[in-house]
Design a protein around this ligand. Structure first.
Ligand code: ZN
Length: 86
């Protein structure tokens, strides 16, 4: 199974939460190793999560996903992904 950038972005919160299936987790990790765009997004997402989490035990407010997605979209546009492979 080969996953693309969009697939990684869709699963990035699960990746950070550690809730992905082991098989999918492996694919995401593999992709992150070879994709600078996704590792940059992972870094930003992690920073956002740290800011969002504050000092509380990861109680994410309602609408969190929407905001995360908005931030991801902004990041993705800023980074201008180029096709990988080939
Ligand atoms: Zn990627």
């Amino acid at each position: 199974m080969v996953i693309d950038c969009k697939h990684v972005w869709n699963n990035i919160s699960g990746y950070l939460d550690g809730t992905l299936d082991p098989a999918l987790l492996q694919q995401v990790q593999k992709h992150l190793e070879q994709c600078g765009i996704c590792s940059a997004i992972l870094d930003s997402t992690r920073n956002i999560l740290i800011l969002t989490a504050d000092e509380r035990v990861f109680e994410l407010p309602l609408g969190y996903s929407d905001r995360l997605h908005a931030r991801l979209e902004a990041n993705i546009r800023g980074i201008s992904p180029s096709p990988i492979g080939g």
